[in-house]
Design a protein around this ligand. Structure first.
Ligand code: GLN
Length: 545
């Protein structure tokens, strides 16, 4: 079948859930029997978000092929249960880098290089690449930013052109806007939506559907008004009231008949009826009052929960599966160093130290790992969290507080975490990491092997430093188990502490592969240990397809 494209633009303000909307629409279409992929167009000039501060950008989501992408790709993968690739996130930086390198090679034969057509052609080329690399029949494309931004204009122009390039019947435009609530008169306002649609029209795009986000219920009168002023069909105005349960969004859109409407407008018929019973069971499970367990997440970007969004979601997935509520205590590691915030740690039944870069707050995380080890508190270390768990343990074994990772102390006498010999001398910050999917062989008889229940797994990485093999023997003698190794045995992928209820650190990021319907086994096993410690009885449900 000819590939069809569904474009998502945002109006009025940012952060209204355009990414979640696109992800949820993807789910509706996949459940109707189509191969779906989603692509995010990011207007910033960075080549990828890999070098951006999480304060600027939130989490960097890593794909199988090692692409460092926008956190919206995480929503897409979790909602639709697909595996995306590098072409699914493009940035202005990538587009310009490509066009400029072609120009330097002389590919344009002396032509003057301009935004239209050269930049827009490159954008279109990358949009149409998604089908070729993923096999998707329906490609959903989310344009980052808000209509009216200077930065996103070339992207909007490119998707405008695609309607005439590919045909009206092969393109569909969804505009996601926000209805502000005026407290004084207690009413929602449609004017900003009207303006943003006008702005979109002025650049040649007429939306086929408007998703009107709001914190308050939207009545039929309001829907009719938007339809009239924005010139879309009434049934194409979809009010979407804020829900505390993210995973409910596909059900809300299903009830609004969004999937059927889009297919009809694209001249398609559903190949199968969507089966929502399992998803509904999931939502029912989230709603059901459940006993709650408390876990501390010790990081340095804790003010911004989006910096750890996949970790939070993975915890939620595991909690849903075990029939418990998860209460995350966000602990700033730099505070721990100053002796503050320890009451938060003492109050929990599990500790997670997630990934991170740079030395701020490192000692606080090491202390948190020490607290977990000595107090038998379940601990899950993700990447940096694994490395610091090793540092803490080695300091104890070697009776030397100078033990460190060379990332934080280059001249440490005991570099238990260091660059591999073949990495030394690399100084470039972009693209020098071990990125993406790598196999990991599990060592039988370990907690990790038991949790996974299979001998070999593939997990996503994003790090520069590795466990230093010179310390394997001595740490093993004192009770550290290297429960996951690269196929050649050279790289330590998982470390755990023998005799501890659950102290496991992974060099990779398991959180990226967790799904609401398929929680990650290490998160589930961690949370099980947390529940045991807090005396909460779990009710395990079977993972669903
Ligand atoms: N900074 C560490 C490294 O580069 C850990 C990275 C991470 O936690 N993702 O190896």
């Amino acid at each position: 079948m000819t590939t069809k494209y569904i474009f998502f633009t945002g109006g009025v303000v940012s952060s209204v859930g355009k990414g979640v909307t696109a992800a949820a629409v993807g789910r509706l279409l996949k459940d109707r029997g189509f191969a779906v992929a989603v692509q995010k167009l990011d207007p910033y000039i960075n080549v990828d978000p890999g070098t951006m501060s999480p304060y600027q950008h939130g989490e960097v989501f890593v794909l199988d092929d090692g692409a460092e992408t926008d956190l919206d790709l995480g929503h897409y993968e979790r909602f639709i249960d697909v595996r995306l690739n590098r072409v699914c996130n493009i940035t202005t930086g990538q587009v310009y880098a490509e066009v400029i390198s072609k120009e330097r090679r002389g590919d344009y034969l002396g032509g003057t290089i301009q935004v239209i057509p050269h930049i827009t052609n490159e954008i279109k080329r990358r949009i149409t690449q998604v089908t070729r690399t993923t096999g998707a029949e329906l490609v959903l494309v989310e344009v980052g930013g808000t209509v009216g931004d200077i930065e996103s204009l070339p992207f909007l122009e490119a998707i405008r052109q695609l309607r005439s390039d590919l045909g009206r019947e092969n393109t569909f435009y969804v505009h996601v806007t926000w209805l502000p609530y005026i407290g004084a008169t207690a009413e929602l306002k449609t004017k900003p939506t009207q303006h943003s649609v006008r702005e979109l029209r002025s650049i040649g795009i007429s939306p086929d559907m408007i998703v009107a986000r709001s914190d308050y219920p939207v009545d039929q009168g309001m829907v009719e008004k938007i339809a009239l002023f924005c010139d879309v069909e009434k049934r194409a105005v979809v009010p979407m009231v804020t829900t505390p349960i993210l995973y409910e969004v596909p059900l809300l859109l299903e009830n609004a008949k969004v999937g059927d409407f889009i297919l009809q407008r694209l001249g398609l018929e559903a190949r199968q009826l969507p089966e929502w019973s399992q998803w509904e069971r999931l939502i029912g499970e989230i709603r059901r009052p459940k006993p709650s367990v408390k876990v501390a997440l010790v990081g340095k970007y804790v003010e911004l929960h989006d910096a750890y969004i996949s970790v939070r979601e993975a915890l939620k997935h595991a909690a849903m599966h075990l029939g418990v509520e998860i209460d995350i205590s966000w602990v700033h590691s730099a505070e721990l160093e100053k002796g503050r915030g320890w009451d938060q740690i003492e109050d929990v039944d599990g500790i997670i130290v997630p990934g991170g870069f740079g030395s701020r707050g490192i000692e606080g995380k090491i202390q948190a790992a020490g607290f977990a080890r000595k107090g038998n508190v379940p601990y899950l270390g993700l990447c940096l969290g694994m490395q610091l768990m090793v540092v803490e343990f080695a300091r104890d074994v070697l009776k030397n507080d100078l033990v460190n990772s060379t990332e934080f102390e280059r001249s440490t006498p005991h570099p238990v975490i260091a660059l591999m010999p073949d990495q030394q001398g690399i100084t470039d910050m972009g693209g020098t990491m071990r990125l993406g999917l790598y196999p990991c062989h599990l060592v039988t008889g370990t907690i990790s092997a038991e949790a996974y229940g299979q001998p070999v797994v593939q997990e996503r990485h994003r790090h520069r430093f590795e466990f230093n093999n010179a310390y394997r023997e001595v740490l093993e003698q004192h009770g550290m188990r290297f429960s996951g190794l690269s196929p050649d045995g050279r790289l330590v992928e998982i470390a755990e502490i023998e005799g501890h209820p659950f102290m496991v650190g992974t060099q990779f990021h398991p959180e990226f592969l967790s799904r609401p319907n398929r929680p990650h086994p290490l998160f589930t096993r961690f949370l099980q240990a947390v529940c045991e410690r807090s005396g909460v009885v779990t009710q395990k449900s079977e993972p669903v397809a």
